[in-house]
Ligand binder design. Sequence first.
Ligand code: FAD
Length: 392
Amino acid sequence: MSTRNSHYDVVIAGARCAGAATAMLLARQGARVLLLDRSRYGTDTLSTHALMRGGVLQLHRWGLLPRVIAAGTPAVRSTTFHLPGGISTVEIKPKHGVDGLYAPRRTVLDAILADAARSAGADVRFGTSVTGLRRDRTGRVTGITGRAGAARLEVGADLVVGADGRRSAVARHAGATAAHVAPASGGVIYRHFRDVAADGYHWYFTPGSAAGVIPTNDGLACVFAATSADRLRRELVGGAEAGLRRILAGAAPELAERIDHHGAAGPARVFPGLTGYLRAAAGPGWALVGDAGYFKDPITAHGITDALRDAEILARVVTAGGPGAVRHYQAERDELSLRLFRVTGRIAAFDWTAGEIGDHLLELKDAMAEEIAAMAHGHWRAPGRRPELASA
Ligand SMILES: Cc1cc2nc3c(=O)[nH]c(=O)nc-3n(C[C@H](O)[C@H](O)[C@H](O)COP(=O)(O)OP(=O)(O)OC[C@H]3O[C@@H](n4cnc5c(N)ncnc54)[C@H](O)[C@@H]3O)c2cc1C
């Protein structure tokens, strides 16, 4: 199909948790939305997949949680912290309509969101890359150029949304600079295993490394090990599987032993690390949502939750005020993000002592509580705090 000279209210690059959720919400409000992704529908991506309460709350509000559960995603009823000072288990109390956490594989979650965007009326196309931005004489973004196989696209839009992940082409072409950068970066190795009896999320922290277990679909559990990006490089010398086992042996010896007895499903996957950033979120005719605009180290397992959060903020702001209102989105995103961004950076530095990690986790808990309160009550602003705005 030729899309030359076609025009949409919103064109979105990237159809996973950030982009598909944004497309669904805008299309539900009657916007004409084109959602493009260069990958194929229903594919996996490099990511573990633990959702925090805010992410589950979003899926519940949007009417999508029953689909996640119907896909066989087990409910997580507790989180257990294994710290140098002892082990503690926190029960997930029913609140805000959420009675458990879930960790759907990305093949499940991203497909549900893309289906929901299509059902809401968005034009959803996979196998299509966004290659550039069109601008008018004032420099305002007015659309995209793209490619689907040999065919070239030119599509006009009142708003172009980059939901195209950490290497966002939209961010690059828009010239979105980072106003906040994390001090350090960790790295992660993870793999899925069968029948690792996991009664909820388990997080392990020991000086220099961390690990975790995330129960998911098909009777699998995702086991991950994390450390500083420098150490990860050294641990990878013997291969990803050997690196995973070596880091686990230090961070979570009982877990390392347990996975020896269980079959692995799929290969060990490596994320070598990337310094976190909070980029300018919007400008004339464009906005960024999800990792395209805001990335923090995976150690706090919060990227998907924040992508779903920011999809809603952006969709609400645009629905209420039109594309010109995107600067309000930036203010809200930054205000809700900075506290969590900073504590994630401190944990990902992996330079804390056995005594300090408890304090960092308490700060993380408070930051998450503040975020969920804002989300649940529909304020979308952290109470009593002033935004530190990045320049658009
Ligand atoms: C190792 C690791 C573990 C993680 N674990 C967790 C966790 O447990 N919990 C959690 O909440 N978060 C986790 N995260 C973070 C989470 O993966 C991200 O925050 C989340 O994927 C962001 O979603 P997104 O939709 O913004 O981007 P992505 O998921 O990166 O999707 C971007 C999409 O854009 C498409 N795209 C890219 N360029 C173009 C283009 N030019 N044209 C068209 N399409 C394009 C890509 O094909 C892709 O489908 C983890 C991250 C990593 C790296």
